[in-house]
Unconditional design. Structure first.
Length: 149
């Protein structure tokens, strides 16, 4: 757990006030490994993840989405993530099913992780993260305090 606190302290992005639990996702959520549970504002990090730091910041991206982003922020992010402004932010589907395209919410979580780690290229997706995405995340944090609800 000390390592996780160090990783969060070294993040290049503001971190949402979510709890981090070193455990698999609860059974009532569809993910079997790591996840963000919005009902508890908790990031679950499955202890045997092969790339725990990257997965932690992907899930922290979902937490930041839920706790800090407003509808207008998501509308501004859509074109930066390669979507039209009319694209729904999220849709149901198995994120591990290659036949179902990732929704903007998933690509935002990837982009958040990329920004937080201070690297340039998505670790899941093939497209690079635009620096404007990282700037918007910083502006959201600078513009209003974030609180768990
Ligand atoms: Zn995700």
């Amino acid at each position: 757990m000390t390592t996780i606190l160090l990783w969060l302290a070294l993040s290049h992005m503001p971190v949402a006030p979510a709890t981090v639990t070193l455990a698999a996702c609860p059974a009532y959520l569809p993910d079997r490994w790591s996840c963000y549970d919005p009902s508890a504002a908790t990031v679950y990090l499955e202890p045997s993840e092969a790339q725990p730091r990257k997965v932690l910041f992907h899930e922290e991206g979902h937490a930041f989405d839920a706790l800090a982003l407003k509808a207008g922020d998501r509308r501004r992010l859509l074109p930066l993530l390669g979507f039209s402004r009319r694209t729904p932010w999220d849709w149901t589907g198995d994120v591990h099913d290659e036949a179902v395209p990732d929704p903007p919410a998933e690509l935002f979580a990837d982009a958040y992780a990329t920004c937080a780690l201070g690297v340039r290229v998505h670790f899941y997706a093939t497209r690079p993260t635009k620096p404007a995405v990282c700037r918007l995340i910083r502006r959201v944090h600078a513009g209003r305090p974030i609180h768990a609800t």
